[in-house]
Ligand binder design. Structure first.
Ligand SMILES: *Cc1c(COP(=O)(O)O)cnc(C)c1O
Length: 216
């Protein structure tokens, strides 16, 4: 699909596009930047560290892959949002490193919604535990801005849609727990193969790679 076409469709629906540029070269990212795209998603710290200095400084980099605690320190100076917080200990490390930089970092909690066995992501119970800890224990250098999730890789639209609806419902529950803080506003769900279903279910941020850049 053409970038312009996708951008127009998402704009109409008020959905933010994260262009997932993992494995793609600088030139292709620059091309999309020249067409107006500013948010790019990567899943490896090393790749962001190599790419970011070679590209315009107003790109907003989103970390969307599993983040190891020992990589947080290197990542923080270049990243604008970490979408893949999948544990309380990781959140503590991010807060600690961000405080050393006197920086406040925007994050999303990654929730496991797929029925298939996926490695990373929080259970609902863990999400509630983290929310409680976040509200009670400070975390002054973290802003939890919403939730991220990936549905099952499946042709069963009914299954996929239901997983997205489950995440949307959790998102609404958390808004109440967070007392409608304005920054808790992002529901990041939907990829190349399922973004339409995700938007129907209430997504307001999609992470799209292969549809924009071609197959990896
Ligand atoms: C790779 C990736 C995407 C994009 O996948 P596409 O199917 O290429 O659109 C989205 N989210 C995460 C977490 C990813 O790792």
């Amino acid at each position: 699909m053409q970038f312009e076409e996708l951008q127009q469709l998402l704009n109409l629906k008020g959905v933010t596009l994260v262009a997932v540029s993992k494995t793609k070269p600088i030139e292709e990212i620059q091309k999309l930047y020249d067409k107006g795209q500013r948010i790019f998603g990567e899943n490896k710290v090393q790749e962001i560290l190599i790419k970011a200095p070679q590209l315009p400084p107003d790109i907003r980099w989103h970390m969307i892959g599993h983040l190891q605690k020992n990589k947080v320190k290197q990542l923080l100076p270049v990243v604008n949002m970490i979408q893949s917080i999948d544990g309380l200990e990781l959140l503590k490390v991010v807060n600690n490193e961000a405080s050393k930089l006197s920086k406040t970092i925007d994050v999303l909690l990654e929730v496991k919604i797929a029925t298939e066995e996926s490695k990373y992501g929080l259970s609902k119970e863990e999400v509630f535990q983290i929310a409680e800890s976040y509200l009670n224990d400070g975390f002054e250098n973290i802003r939890i801005c919403g939730l991220m999730g990936m549905a099952s890789f499946s042709d069963d639209a009914y299954l996929v849609k239901n997983e997205f609806i489950e995440l949307k419902n959790l998102f609404e529950d958390l808004k109440i727990i967070f007392n409608n803080r304005p920054e808790f506003s992002i529901l990041s769900m939907g990829m190349s193969g399922d973004y339409q279903l995700a938007i129907e279910a209430g997504s307001n941020m999609v992470r799209i790679g292969s549809l924009l850049f071609g197959h990896r």
